[in-house]
Design a protein around this ligand. Structure first.
Ligand code: DAH
Length: 339
């Protein structure tokens, strides 16, 4: 009898199953009410006394093994079943994909590039650490010229000739030095000024410079170009050019776009006038053309420069320019739907 039980122990150890039914019939065979174990227990009283101890041990071993087998087989079957249902359920919601968003400055910069590229402007760039010539002197701002004070400059301490560019107008100089007319280029980039930081101004911000040089370019061409631009970007075509002064253009003007006075915010933004100043512009001064190796008798052109940050604040109703450089995710994530 004890040998039969031992044989069962071997069988139980070997047993494996691929379905619930198989496990269940295994359980009934050994552990059921009328199962083998109960039968062996019934035999116990007929076993001679000197064998009782070993007999009892062996039956118990079989019982423990059979019970363990049932539970481990059930577990593995359940795990497999889970995997199957996870991979197989096509209606399950997808894994959330973390999408980034473009920075509002990049969004507006790309819009501006897109608009000007449609009328034949390419994109050019220059260095943020600039020399005196490209940032000032070539642009008709010689040393000691009072107009240099219009832009508080960060100088590089180790070299008095180097500075952080105060405007992207430096790129028009570089572009004219290296390219022959006709020239149609816009130059976006970061600029720096030694100014107190507040909700309205920062010590670094972004500009786009525009330059158009060819034969017979006139002020009317400038105005048409700007009108096309404001219509495309703001959906507003009413602009006005106010006489102004920039050393590198003559005549110079400031451009206002008629924003309107439809809401409270419009009143606040335009100080009740409906007009918003968006950029500076003018006909490139003949001195500047000459400084850059272009003959002013043969060629003329216009230039303009605007602040990207201010336009981004305007278009996206952002109340504080500092938000643009703080990298607060709660702010940045709001631009996910923009392109
Ligand atoms: N550089 C000027 C500034 O930073 C903006 C500007 C005005 C650029 C007139 C121009 C221009 O090209 O013609 O304030």
């Amino acid at each position: 009898m004890i040998d039969t039980i031992k044989e069962h122990i071997v069988q139980v150890e070997k047993f494996s199953a691929t379905s619930v039914q198989e496990i269940e019939s295994f359980r009934i065979k050994y552990l059921g009410k009328k199962g083998l174990l109960n039968e062996f227990f019934k035999e116990f009283k007929n076993v001679p006394n000197d064998q009782k101890k070993e007999f009892g041990k062996t039956i118990n071993k079989l019982k423990v093994l059979a019970a363990e087998k049932v539970s481990t087989l059930k577990e593995t079957l359940e795990e497999k079943g889970d995997e199957k249902s996870v991979n197989g359920d096509l209606t399950r919601p997808g894994e959330p994909l973390e999408l980034g968003s473009r920075h509002p400055i990049s969004i507006v910069k790309n819009q501006i590039i897109d608009i000007f590229s449609r009328i034949g402007f390419n994109v050019s760039e220059g260095p943020e650490i600039e020399d005196d010539w490209h940032n000032f002197t070539a642009l008709n701002l010689p040393e000691h010229h009072p107009a240099r004070d219009m832009q508080d400059t960060f100088f590089i301490q180790t070299d008095p000739d180097l500075l952080l560019r105060t405007h992207t107008s430096s790129v028009q100089v570089r572009y004219m030095e290296n390219n022959k007319p006709p020239i149609r280029t816009i130059s976006p980039g970061r600029v720096y000024r030694n100014e107190a930081i507040s909700a309205r101004s920062h010590c670094f911000f972004h500009q786009v410079e525009g330059l158009y040089i060819d034969k017979d370019v006139s002020f009317a061409d400038l105005k048409q170009t700007l009108q096309f631009f404001t219509t495309e970007l703001f959906g507003k075509s009413k602009i006005r050019l106010r006489p102004s002064y920039f050393p590198f253009t003559e005549p110079s003007a400031e451009v206002d776009v008629y924003w309107g006075l439809e809401t409270e915010t419009d009143y606040r933004m335009t100080k009740g006038t409906g007009w918003l100043e968006i950029m500076g512009c003018g006909m490139v001064d003949p001195n500047v053309l000459e400084n850059c190796g272009i003959d002013p008798k043969e060629y003329s052109g216009f230039a303009f420069g605007m602040g990207i940050d201010r336009i981004a604040l305007l278009l996206h109703q952002i109340s504080d320019i500092r938000l643009l450089s703080e990298n607060d995710l709660r702010f940045l994530e709001q631009f996910k739907s923009a392109f």
